[in-house]
Design a protein around this ligand. Structure first.
Ligand code: A2P
Length: 344
């Protein structure tokens, strides 16, 4: 049992930074749903939306301007307001004694920062006692490692090849609006306005998420490869192709896994059926498998299409689906906050 992080209290002062955004809004919903003990809720965003209100448990709260906000007295801050914002402001909150759970990529690969998925590596939270900043992994990485960990614990994984089918909500509320607007425009014979994503997303797929690096991979692909190895604490060879698809909520992943010893589909199905945070839906005869339409709005990581890869020894195919805004971001952050307030 871990020693407690925050002193036991009836309720905690919780700031949600980026409270007007797609992930921030879901953080508020999940804090309410899970009855997180909140004595004071402070929504924070940029000066653009400061003074507007957000709803939490049926009450309206006025949004504070991050630049002017004094974090003294905050116990926990859930940040989802972009990497630059986190780099500048998370240390300010941490120095004021507040634990920051940061959803951006700003701190994830920093060696001194814990990168946490509660079902996989909660023990690394120990690192956060001093620096008080905890990184929430990339949405695609979270659902991948939740599915891989129970298999890796049984037989160490050597290699993972993953291709993603990612929903537009992963790029924020404005990208959700863009898919809706472009769909309407095209169905009405108009041309599609492209403002947020790098190409038209309605009736299309885009093999680019985030920017390209010199080696031809995108940053999203690099994040998945690096973060998976850090969270799994293993020298696993990981390669990724990340693709945006015209789905509002729910990322899907085709995952090919090679193990260092014998593993087959039946055993993997059993291990995943018993795993924390995983739901197996895998019935080819009944044509039943996970899809974003069923995963959206739910908490688990859904796994199906589990089958032996006959082209390679000790290798399997998996199909992994989760709500990218919930388990991929807001829920994972709230689960981390729940560990921070846990008392024996
Ligand atoms: P704002 O509403 O003031 O723009 P999304 O990921 O859905 O695009 O949401 C991004 C969230 O991050 C919003 O709540 C947005 O607030 C917030 N945000 C973006 N930039 C900043 C910033 N510089 N300072 C504070 N909050 C920011």
């Amino acid at each position: 049992m871990m020693e407690s992080f925050l002193a036991e209290k009836d309720g905690y002062v919780v700031a949600v930074v980026g409270a007007t955004g797609a992930v921030g809004q879901t953080m508020l919903e999940i804090l309410a749903e899970r009855n997180f003990p909140v004595s004071e809720l402070i929504p924070v965003a940029s000066s653009r939306s400061a003074g507007s209100t957000v709803e939490f448990k049926g009450k309206e709260y006025v949004v504070q301007d991050l630049e002017k906000f004094d974090p003294a007295g905050c116990d926990i801050a859930l940040f989802s307001a972009g990497g630059g914002t986190s780099k500048t402001h998370a240390p300010r909150f941490a120095e004021a004694g507040c634990y920051v759970v940061d959803n951006s990529s700003a701190w994830r690969m920093d060696e001194s920062i814990a990168l946490v998925v509660p079902e996989v590596n909660p023990h690394v939270l120990e690192m956060a006692r001093e620096n008080r900043i905890i990184a929430n992994p990339n949405c695609s990485t979270i659902q991948l490692v939740v599915a891989l960990k129970p298999l890796h614990d049984a037989v160490p994984i050597e290699r993972v090849v993953v291709s993603t089918y990612q929903a537009v909500s992963g790029a924020g509320g404005k990208a959700v609006e863009e898919l809706a607007k472009q769909t309407t425009q095209l169905l009405n014979g108009q041309s599609a306005d492209i403002n947020v994503l790098p190409a038209r997303i309605a009736f299309n797929v885009i093999p680019q998420i985030d920017v390209f690096m010199d080696d031809g991979y995108t940053k999203e692909e690099r994040k998945m490869m690096d973060e998976t190895r850090k969270i799994m604490e293993a020298d696993i060879a990981v390669t990724a192709t990340t693709v945006r698809v015209p789905v509002f909520y729910g990322h899907s992943e085709s995952v090919n896994v090679t193990f260092s010893g014998p593993m087959d589909a039946d055993r993997a199905r059993e291990l995943l059926a018993d795993a924390e945070g995983v739901c197996v839906v895998d019935d080819p005869k009944g044509e039943d498998y996970p899809m974003p339409s069923m995963a959206a709005g739910t908490d688990p990581v859904w796994v199906g299409r589990i089958r032996n890869d006959y082209s390679s020894f000790n290798s399997l195919h998996l199909w992994v689906v989760a709500d990218n805004v919930r388990k991929g971001a807001a829920l994972n952050a709230v689960q981390i906050a729940e560990i921070l307030i846990r008392h024996a």
